[in-house]
Design a protein around this ligand. Structure first.
Ligand SMILES: Nc1ncnc2c1ncn2[C@@H]1O[C@H](COP(=O)(O)OP(=O)(O)OP(=O)(O)O)[C@@H](O)[C@H]1O
Ligand SMILES: [Mg+2]
Length: 347
């Protein structure tokens, strides 16, 4: 298993805290065509659990999901959330593959703020700096414990894990039009516990971080401020979101400091990247993840983030039967990662 790999026949799987999603594509007349997709709810707190029983439960769910979706491969590529990885683009002298591997391993502890003997390390050459005779390398580190857990779960489900890939790389493939891929954008993936932020420049995640704002943090704040239980808080969050004039503005007032924090962090990351990369300009923000479905949240982000905000469409780079167009449109927020993983041989 590698963090980056090539294999013809496989499907992509996104193990999310709220739901597990899968997608598979195949080549049709030289371009990707959707074969199947599907999702299944993840029982609360199960993904973060290290207990064997919970991991068996997840494996059973994956088996059921893959059966229902009738995937045609035993091979799978899985995504890793930004919160579970450390990603950086580094510059190293131009070297042959073997020498490069040695050089990166040797220097890795300089770049990665984790104990090197406890991480799985992989890299991809993403650019060249002709002037200085250097190359740019995307370095990804994931705790061995996380990689092993994913491997075990998928093995128990009866699949071979070909590779683990960081979610932002997958999302870049599905959310950026491959007809015109050289843009510089921010992707915000708003999930349950976190929002994963990535600056994607020419298809490559150049800055990746995780911000602890998500559906669960909203719910907790609503529950505290309104004195209601989690279920009620969840209902209020989904019904009112950032809408003004509802329940004496108690819901929007609970969520606002968290959303404002996310906006501030996004602005900081944009400025940081623009300064670091000299002349590159972040053009827009693409939002994805189920949490962006909260009422008025996209509008609030659009009005305050200082950049154009657009809701990501992960289906733009694949062909599919026109009869399922409506169905896919309804799932757009949830499939950016799974589909991007499925597209890794095409983009
Ligand atoms: N289409 C939707 N409409 C409204 N809410 C949604 C929708 N899809 C998901 N949600 C809600 O959005 C939140 C995050 O959903 P999402 O599917 O992005 O989570 P996940 O990918 O499983 O989690 P994570 O990425 O954090 O591991 C959940 O609270 C979920 O209930
Ligand atoms: Mg997710």
């Amino acid at each position: 298993m590698r963090l980056f790999d090539q294999e013809d026949n496989y499907f992509g799987i996104d193990l999310g805290s709220n739901s597990i999603k899968l997608a598979q594509v195949r080549e049709l007349h030289g371009s990707p065509s959707l074969i199947t997709y599907g999702d299944i709810e993840t029982p609360a707190n199960m993904l973060s659990s290290d207990s064997e029983i919970d991991q068996n439960r997840i494996a059973d769910l994956i088996k059921q999901l893959a059966d229902d979706a009738r995937v045609t491969s035993k091979n799978v590529v899985a995504g890793l959330p930004a919160s579970a990885t450390y990603t950086s683009v580094i510059k190293v002298p131009k070297l042959k593959d073997a020498e490069l591997a040695q050089s990166i391993r040797f220097q890795a502890d300089k770049y990665i703020p984790m104990a090197i003997d406890q991480v799985k390390l992989d890299w991809l050459v993403v650019g060249e700096d002709e002037e200085n005779d250097e190359q740019e390398v995307l370095l990804v580190a994931a705790p061995i414990s996380t990689a092993t857990k994913y491997l075990n779960i998928l093995q128990k489900a009866g699949f071979e894990l070909l590779a683990l890939e960081i979610n932002p790389l997958a999302q870049a493939r599905s959310l950026i039009s491959q007809k015109d891929p050289d843009h510089c954008v921010v992707i915000l993936d708003m999930g349950v516990n976190n929002t994963d932020l990535s600056v994607i420049d020419k298809g490559v995640p150049r800055l990746v971080r995780s911000i602890s704002v998500g559906a669960r943090t909203f719910r907790r704040m609503i529950s505290q401020n309104l004195g209601v239980d989690d279920t009620q808080a969840d209902q209020f969050m989904k019904k009112f979101g950032m809408m003004e004039g509802k329940l004496d503005n108690q819901v929007v007032r609970s969520m606002k400091p968290l959303v404002d924090n996310l906006i501030e962090e996004t602005k900081k990351s944009v400025s940081f990247y623009q300064e670091k990369s000299n002349d590159r300009k972040v053009e827009r923000v693409i939002i994805t993840g189920g949490t962006t479905a909260l009422p008025e949240l996209p509008m609030y982000l659009a009005n305050n983030i200082g950049l154009t905000v657009e809701i990501g469409n992960p289906w733009q780079n694949v062909s599919y039967p026109s009869e399922i167009q409506q169905q896919l449109a309804g799932l757009a927020l949830n499939y950016a990662t799974a589909l991007g993983l499925a597209l890794r041989n095409f983009v």
